[in-house]
Design a protein around this ligand. Structure first.
Ligand SMILES: Nc1nc2c(ncn2[C@@H]2O[C@H](COP(=O)(O)OP(=O)(O)OP(=O)(O)O)[C@@H](O)[C@H]2O)c(=O)[nH]1
Ligand SMILES: [Mg+2]
Length: 336
């Protein structure tokens, strides 16, 4: 039977008829679907494919309200065009930069805020937090109260940014409500909007995130997803490269340094990922069957690998990046 009852973990409509379909539960008495149950209790993840059409529809609905919006973004995977969201949602909006705990402590908040100078004006405020480490959540809550226009506050952003984690944190800190949203390192954990009452004055509304086709998370298995998602402060790994040397990350990505003076490459990626250096790339064809992109690097730029992190390159030069053709890479002005 299809009920009107929704899973309190991911928002999907519960049903007890088809085990292969979304929302399946053994009994409609349950509050959560089988997929959420398995994620919560056994850390067993099941990939779901969502279309971005649904995400866009939700955003358009949010844009029709006058409610405050929290736009959550992952500091390690800052979007290329953070301002784009403004074209769809004119509401008051706080940009919440999450996962502060995984950036090296040496990276100062002021520097990040300064880096985002160009887009600062588009948001009421930019606030850096860590949902997992409970960092700056008190301040965020104060500012939510300050900007709120009604009881409802929407939480939006790309999949995996930590929207559900943030709401769970707020509930845990400030509410008697015992509901817990499902969180996971896989994309598309939350499947539908979910209203969670914090108190008489605040209702947080969780939403499914935008899926980025170009994210590496969509092109590796669940075990690798866990490895790629950092839980701890990243220890930057620096390699001094000369021309004709290269770096290989987990047999997935090869970065050849093909032109330029001696240069410094610093990797900001999960500590769990294996990295090796080739001292002479000429006779080595590892990963060369992958798609290759050539970048003309200027001074102080990052090579961003969507979903994985970035490589800070200090001097100018030319690099060839070999990677699965569906994974997006791009260059930007250095964040750090
Ligand atoms: N290191 C770190 N990881 C975090 C933090 N917040 C969330 N995460 C991790 O990020 C992953 C995604 O978290 P979710 O809360 O499921 O993200 P979401 O934005 O709700 O994702 P969707 O529901 O798929 O849109 C999980 O592995 C979380 O543990 C944080 O502050 N620090
Ligand atoms: Mg979620």
């Amino acid at each position: 039977m299809n009920s009107e009852k929704r899973c309190t973990g991911c928002g999907v409509v519960l049903q007890d008829e088809n085990i292969l379909q979304e929302g399946y539960t053994t009994s409609l008495e349950n509050d959560i679907c089988q997929r959420c149950f398995r994620m919560k209790n056994y850390g067993e993840y099941q990939m779901v494919t969502k279309s971005n059409e649904e995400y866009m529809n939700i955003l358009r609905e949010v844009g029709k309200t006058k409610d405050l919006v929290l736009y959550v973004s992952d500091l390690l995977n800052l979007e290329k065009n953070l301002e784009q969201i403004r074209n769809i949602i004119p509401n008051k909006m706080i940009l919440v930069l999450n996962k502060k705990d995984i950036l090296p402590k040496s990276v100062k908040e002021k520097k990040i805020i300064k880096y985002l100078e160009d887009i600062n004006a588009l948001f009421e405020e930019v606030i850096i937090i860590s949902a997992n480490k409970n960092y700056n959540i008190d301040y965020l809550l104060k500012r939510i109260k300050f900007y709120q226009t009604s009881k409802n506050v929407y939480v939006i952003g790309h999949t995996n940014a930590g929207k559900s984690s943030l709401i769970n944190r707020i509930i845990k800190n400030y509410s008697d409500n015992v509901q817990e949203l499902t969180m996971s390192p896989l994309p598309s954990t939350t499947l539908n909007t979910i209203n969670i009452e914090v108190n008489d004055y605040l209702m947080l509304i969780d939403t499914p995130g935008l899926i980025e086709a170009g994210s590496i998370l969509n092109h590796v298995d669940a075990a690798m997803v866990k490895k790629i998602s950092p839980h701890k402060e990243i220890k930057p790994r620096t390699y001094q490269l000369r021309k004709n040397q290269s770096i290989i990350i987990e047999n997935m990505i090869r970065i050849d340094y093909v032109e330029g003076e001696r240069n410094s490459f610093t990797l900001f990626i999960s500590n769990d990922l294996k990295v090796r250096r080739l001292l002479n790339l000429i006779n080595n064809n590892d990963l060369k069957d992958l798609n290759v992109t050539t970048y003309d690097v200027k001074y102080d730029e990052d090579l961003v690998i969507n979903g994985l992190g970035f490589v800070k390159i200090v001097n100018k030069g030319v690099i060839n990046v070999y990677i699965n053709k569906d994974i997006e890479t791009f260059m930007r002005k250095s964040l750090i």
